[in-house]
Design a binder for this molecule. Structure first.
Ligand code: NAD
Length: 259
């Protein structure tokens, strides 16, 4: 589905990262993939994963720094002067801002979550723009906490709401160039980031019991849906949020007779 295409995936920290699942599936679908990581620690850890995909050494990119973003794209351009896709799989909030009630979030904590988790998509889209091929596809990762209140998600839910709105505005801006912008709203999966959300294991178990498919979502589900959105099979889809959560988001209630 991605034969002849090349692109970059931001946000792999380890084998559990959704970025890694997406990169793997994109590679399996025939794409040439480059990985970009937040810091030297992840660069070292992700290097063997990049090798598995015959990708260049992971590129450093701290999305809170314009300088780092510019340097990353200068390096990326040397490997890939044309980008058919870009995946943004990045989020961060202070643990204490996730745990305390939302109305107690600090100004700095609110802005940090917005900066790393939402503005970064805009910054990466802007930096990528000169390299984007006609028909290119940008993809980010969201969560149902953007549109519903979810316990312990708090400041991150508000950042995801900004992220989803950014998807729509970027899609409107870049659409006339033939560039599509979408998000996957994934169900809960154990990763480095989600481990910072208190009770995530119980949430995964609960959702697996009540969602229509009666199972937990896995990274491969997200990777495969990402391949679709990055591919020409999604040529008419832009500005959209695709739920990959075993159908959990459609529920108004669950069947209490099941106990
Ligand atoms: P993860 O921890 O593997 O990935 C998050 C990545 O963000 C890490 O690689 C981290 O290095 C990166 N990051 C943080 N600050 C950064 C910075 N300043 N510069 C560059 N990169 C930075 O966890 P994940 O669950 O794979 O998260 C990926 C995306 O998926 C996030 O946007 C997350 O909100 C979203 N998501 C996750 C779940 C889930 O349950 N795991 C569900 C829905 C959406």
């Amino acid at each position: 589905m991605l034969e002849g295409k090349q692109g970059v995936v931001f946000g792999a920290a380890n084998k559990n990262s959704l970025a890694w699942h997406i990169a793997q599936q994109a590679h399996n679908a025939g794409a040439r993939v480059a990985l970009a990581v937040a810091n030297e620690r992840f660069q070292e850890r992700v290097a063997p994963l990049a090798e598995e995909l015959a990708a260049p050494a992971p590129i450093l990119c701290d999305v809170t720094s314009d300088q780092s973003i510019a340097a990353a794209f200068a390096e990326l351009g040397r490997h890939m002067p044309r980008l058919d896709f870009l995946v943004h799989s990045i989020a961060f909030a202070n643990k204490e801002d996730l745990e305390r009630p939302f109305y107690q979030v600090s100004r700095d904590g609110f802005l940090l979550a917005q900066n790393v988790s939402a503005f970064s998509l805009v910054a990466l889209a802007r930096a990528a723009e000169p390299l984007l091929a006609p028909g290119a596809s940008l993809l980010t990762l969201s969560y149902i906490g953007a549109v519903r209140s979810v316990p312990q998600y708090n400041v991150m839910g508000v950042a995801k709401a900004a992220l989803e709105a950014s998807v729509r505005y970027l899609a409107a801006d870049l659409g006339p160039r033939g560039v599509r912008v979408n998000a996957i709203s994934a169900g809960p999966i154990r990763t480095l980031s989600s481990a910072g959300i208190k009770g995530v294991r119980d949430m995964i178990d609960y959702q697996a019991q009540v969602n229509p498919l009666r199972r937990a979502i896995v990274g491969e589900d997200v990777g495969k849906a990402a391949v679709f959105l990055l591919s020409d099979y999604a040529s008419g889809v832009t500005g959209d949020i695709l739920y990959v959560d075993c159908g959990y988001h459609i529920l108004g209630a669950y069947d209490v007779r099941e106990g």
